[in-house]
Design a protein around this ligand. Structure first.
Ligand code: LRY
Length: 240
């Protein structure tokens, strides 16, 4: 369901004040590690009001594109030996996502370098195709550099997940608030949003949109969280 052509500005505007649902395989080889299943998860989230989707791999983008006109943020995830960057590390990854119909490409800010093209080169190539780029960042410095390199949007995705930010417990609302104050581009809160309070706090911090993944699309974690809340036997009321 290819939408009418959208400008970069249109795509960013379509995300405003929405919940973007990230439908990704959370465990490789798990029961949800299947493109058609992930697309159904995304579409169900769309029925619940998701304003856009974030999905991984050109194949999933293509399948989802055939069934929705809502904006799709595409990523690829793969390890590159010798580098920390794993979210859309190369231009070939970005190009494949655009060819598959992604409205926006998300790529990780990589302060320790990328295997081939720079973030700036990837952003320029996406812009040449009319596609905006989101920078998945861990720190304010990464976000500032990404914007200088052409990022249309920044997200707090990596805060708490890189060597230097292990102390951060997502959602990284302080980071989001600082970025919203200091950057000329919209800021997305992504990572660790599990409840309505976190959604409200993210928008309070100045978020343009909020990306929610596991809390919607990872039944293993959702279930484990509830299972862990079962009281120990001695605290359980006795039934006769
Ligand atoms: C750090 C990293 O690799 N984050 C990934 C980015 O695509 C996904 O694994 C997350 O699920 C996504 O960011 C949404 O976050 P949460 O699942 O916490 O709502």
């Amino acid at each position: 369901m290819r939408p009418e052509p959208r400008t970069r500005v249109d795509v960013v505007a379509l995300l405003a004040r929405g919940i973007v649902v990230s439908a990704q395989t959370h465990r490789s080889g798990g029961p949800l590690d299947d493109a058609a299943t992930l697309v159904r998860l995304a579409l169900a989230a769309g029925d619940g009001g998701a304003s856009a989707f974030r999905v991984a791999s050109a194949h999933v983008v293509e399948l989802l594109r055939s069934q929705t006109a809502l904006p799709i943020i595409g990523i690829t995830k793969h390890d590159v030996p010798g580098y920390d960057v794993y979210i859309t590390p190369t231009l070939a990854d970005a190009t494949a996502l655009i060819d598959a119909g992604a409205d926006m490409v998300a790529a990780q800010a990589a302060p320790d370098g990328r295997p081939a093209e720079t973030f700036e080169e990837i952003a320029r190539a996406c812009h040449d195709r009319g596609v905006p780029v989101l920078a998945d960042c861990a720190t304010a410095d990464e976000a500032f550099q990404a914007v200088d390199a052409g990022a249309d949007v920044v997200a707090t995705t990596m805060a708490g997940y890189t060597h230097g930010t292990r102390h951060v417990v997502p959602p990284a609302l302080d980071l989001a608030a600082r970025l919203a104050r200091e950057l000329p581009v919209p800021v997305i809160v992504e990572g660790g949003v599990w409840d309505r309070e976190a959604v409200a706090a993210a928008f309070e911090a100045g978020a343009h949109a909020v990306v929610v993944g596991s809390a919607v699309t990872d039944p293993e974690r959702i279930t484990r969280r509830l299972v862990e809340a079962v009281p120990a036997l001695e605290n359980t009321p006795t039934h006769r």
